[in-house]
Design a protein around this ligand. Structure first.
Ligand code: HOZ
Length: 431
């Protein structure tokens, strides 16, 4: 199958000489699906256009931020206005206060927040804060959950670590990795036993994705999140919800609103930056007050609370609050799932399809898929062929079997239906 990707190939040839692997983040490489990455020229609404001028329906959405689609007018206008004031001051601005007030207003568990520049920073600092506040060292995470690339959190991680089968990263000292214990998701018994084995008085935090979106899409089992909450409360362990993907995505108040759970700390990125580089973490005031300069736990950032990022994020969140697209996004996600179930069955392909609002996922696996062990049993070779067929048909999916898909308010019923029909055709050819 030959694709008209000459321009992308030319850029890639130049890129590999000066950028490791030719990409600035491993998940962008097409190594798990074959071929070279597309270089993107521009995007609008639900579509992106590559450097050769070919248009695709986009289900990556910049890995989650673009819930309003690409280049939404409210965000572009807010950025234009903000540009007139300057791009960075390294000093507080009104926009940061407005953002903090808005986040605390919309998410009841947030009594205070601090802005950073990425989800990695948010999760890394939430851990430091939990450790600093409890005086304990051990952190429990879950296999296949990804919380950015800080040393403590790369153990048994999802996303690129799962995609490329990296078992642990050279450069992370054993002494640091030893303080992270990673266990199976969606299994309360294992969590209970692990806390007992380690000793509850040594566990600073439990961190999880309330809907796991970095090993494909794995939803929490009924009652699981509440049981994790109760266990953490019982043992004085700080419960951290990584809402980098789910925040303002699966509901305005994120997964904690959707499932009715109150974590101690939460981390954010993606949607709250409206497409600009942003992260945030927040939660109980007694914990947050431990941060410098109020307290001794240190965290800092030259560009933290950057005015352009705040402007884009505020415009996005205000728009989400005013227009409430969540019921509509829910319908679109359901339409995608129903259709995909139908066409995979028609093509005779074993599949496990799930979703949470506008986050969706499909494994070539008979299901159920509840944890990373089951995720790893999915047919990745079929995924490769499916991915390449969909790309050729004009659909841009994450180039990995272990990533969630994202639907935006710009995806219409007609686009979803066309995607389903294309998927059915492709599966009939490649399965
Ligand atoms: N959470 C994103 C993918 N699962 C991060 C994107 C990246 O690593 O580039």
């Amino acid at each position: 199958m030959s694709l008209p990707q000459q321009q992308s190939r030319d850029y890639y040839e130049r890129a590999v000489k000066v950028i490791p692997g030719g990409v600035n983040s491993p998940v962008r490489a097409f190594r798990a699906v074959g071929g070279d990455p597309l270089f993107i020229r521009d995007a609008q609404g639900a579509h992106i256009t590559d450097a050769d001028g070919r248009e695709y329906v986009d289900y990556v959405g910049s890995w989650g931020p673009m819930i309003l689609g690409h280049r939404p007018a409210v965000v572009v206008d807010a950025l234009r206005r903000s540009l007139e004031r300057g791009t960075s001051f390294g000093a507080p601005t009104d926009l940061e206060v407005e953002m903090a007030e808005l986040l605390c207003d919309l998410i009841p568990s947030l009594e205070m927040v601090r802005m950073v520049n990425s989800g990695t920073e948010a999760c890394m600092t939430a851990l430091r804060l939990a450790r600093g506040a409890t005086g304990r060292d051990v952190v429990i995470k879950f296999n296949g959950c990804y919380h950015g690339h800080s040393d403590s959190l790369l153990v048994a991680a999802g996303s690129g670590v799962a995609t490329f089968g990296i078992s642990g990263s050279p450069g992370v000292p054993d002494d640091i990795a030893r303080c992270t214990v990673s266990i199976e998701y969606n299994d309360l018994d294992i969590l209970q036993q692990t806390i007992q084995q380690i000793g509850a008085d040594k566990v600073a935090a439990v961190i999880l994705e309330p809907v796991a979106g970095n090993m494909g899409l794995v939803v929490p089992q009924e009652g699981y999140l509440q049981a994790v909450r109760d266990l953490c409360t019982q043992h004085g362990i700080v419960l951290i919800f990584d809402e980098v993907m789910t925040g303002f995505r699966v509901a305005l108040g994120g997964a904690q609103e959707r499932f009715g759970i109150t974590p101690d700390l939460s981390t954010y990125s993606k949607v709250i930056g409206g497409g600009l580089p942003v992260g945030a973490f927040g939660g109980r005031a007694d914990l947050m007050e431990q941060l410098a300069p109020s307290g001794p736990v240190y965290q800092a950032g030259t560009l933290s609370g950057n005015p352009l990022a705040m402007a884009a994020g505020l415009a996005t969140i205000h728009h989400l609050r005013e227009t409430n697209p969540y019921p509509r996004l829910e319908q679109l996600g359901q339409r995608w799932m129903d259709g995909m179930r139908r066409v995979t069955a028609e093509a005779g392909v074993a599949s496990s399809i799930d979703g949470c609002g506008s986050m969706v996922g499909m494994y070539f696996h008979p299901g159920p898929v509840r944890n990373y062990t089951e995720v790893q049993a999915a047919d990745t070779e079929l995924f490769q062929r499916y991915f390449r067929g969909m790309l050729a048909a004009g659909y841009y999916l994450a180039p990995s079997a272990f990533e969630a898909g994202f639907i935006s308010v710009e995806h219409t019923d007609a686009l979803i239906d066309a995607t389903i029909e294309a998927a059915g055709q492709v599966l009939k050819e490649v399965a």
